[in-house]
Design a protein around this ligand. Structure first.
Ligand code: ATP
Ligand code: MG
Length: 332
């Protein structure tokens, strides 16, 4: 089976329905046809300041939600990035073949450092895409399902792999980019012009997977819409209503067009009611399973340990090829 790699940062205490629709659902379905490797990327998370106790808790919770959403830790490999040392080690080697100007062209750093300015951004945030390249290349992944925002980083990964191979001989597998379909993007309920984001500061605009039923209903019923009063799909003119339709389409598996037809002549209240009910039903078992896993940390730790060992076996073999290719002296 083709190897797949993907991951998420433990940057909040819960994942949200954007992460669910845009990543977890696809991951779950792709497990059957791929040798899938899923990572909780805590090394990436510390590129911005984190509270240590909170980071530990968020890492545990992110892993629990992967499993609760259907990632099978017996079938796929699901691990925490810092448990596998090869990530940091390969990133170092890749740092040395990345041009400074090449790294400086990465737009995510420009975006993320724009707020505080480059003087407060860390060098780790600057080299983030190089660590991401290491994540992918360690597992000889050929398929990397990501959102459009990650395209530039996957292109960099391809460039670095090809450069390494031409300089040191065939060592790394050059991955293909697979951009997940655009309809999977979910926007903030209160501010439908911006994407729902774990680190976004919008208490009422983000539906968390661990929210209770009441909180979900309240957030969806107070979602920002428009004054036209007609349920139709038009992301430019009607971002709020279109976002609700997208969410309903994903959780019910019904085409947006069919949903629009079914709401003909109805008000936004009816749409919101349907979305709230569908999301509550979809997320309830995921929340319950997550909380069960978090109630039994011994079992979660056991699963993560076995999976980290499986991941290390693959990653260490790649790192050994790389160390040999660049001319490091074997330890013996
Ligand atoms: P952060 O704010 O920390 O960047 P995030 O919510 O953007 O958090 P990431 O960890 O960056 O989440 O991304 C995890 C995965 O979820 C990626 O595959 C990304 O494409 C997907 N994703 C994130 N936000 C959305 C969204 N609003 N709609 C659809 N997919 C999303
Ligand atoms: Mg993000």
């Amino acid at each position: 089976l083709p190897r797949l790699f993907s991951g998420m940062q433990p940057s909040a205490a819960s994942l949200h329905i954007g992460n669910y629709a845009g990543a977890l659902l696809q991951w779950r379905d792709m497990q059957a046809s791929h040798d899938a490797v899923f990572c909780v990327v805590d090394l990436h998370a510390i590129t911005v300041p984190q509270d240590p106790a909170e980071l530990r808790e968020r890492t545990r919770r992110t892993a629990a939600q992967y499993i609760a959403a259907g990632i099978d830790p017996e079938h796929s490999t699901l691990f925490v990035q810092s448990h596998v040392r090869a990530h940091a080690e390969l990133a170092w080697v890749l740092n040395t073949i990345t041009g400074y100007g090449e790294a400086a062209r990465m737009t995510q750093f420009k975006d993320k450092s724009a707020r505080g300015g480059v003087d407060t951004a860390s060098v780790g945030l600057f080299t983030y895409p190089i660590l991401q390249a290491a994540d992918i290349l360690l597992y000889d992944a050929v398929v990397v399902p990501v959102g459009e925002d990650q395209r530039q980083h996957i292109e960099l990964t391809r460039d670095l792999a090809a450069r390494f191979n031409s300089r040191f001989g065939d060592t790394l597998v050059v991955p293909e980019v697979r951009i997940l379909k655009e309809t999977a993007k979910i926007y903030d309920l209160q501010n439908p012009g911006s994407k729902m984001s774990k680190s976004g500061e919008s208490p009422q605009g983000i539906v968390w997977l661990l929210d209770d039923d009441k909180a979900i209903v309240k957030k969806i019923k107070s979602a920002v819409t428009d004054s036209e009063g007609v349920v139709r799909f038009d992301p430019v003119e009607k971002p709020g209503v279109s976002n609700l339709l997208t969410i309903l389409s994903i959780v019910t598996g019904t085409e947006v067009d069919a949903l629009v037809d079914s709401f003909a002549g109805q008000q936004y209240g009816a749409l919101k009611g349907a979305v709230a009910e569908a999301v509550v039903e979809e997320l309830r078992p995921i929340r319950q399973r997550s909380l069960e896993l978090l109630d039994d940390p011994g079992e979660l730790d056991r699963l993560l340990k076995i999976n980290a060992e499986r991941a290390s076996a693959i990653a260490d073999a790649t790192l050994a090829r790389v160390y040999d290719a660049v001319g490091f002296l074997p330890r013996g």
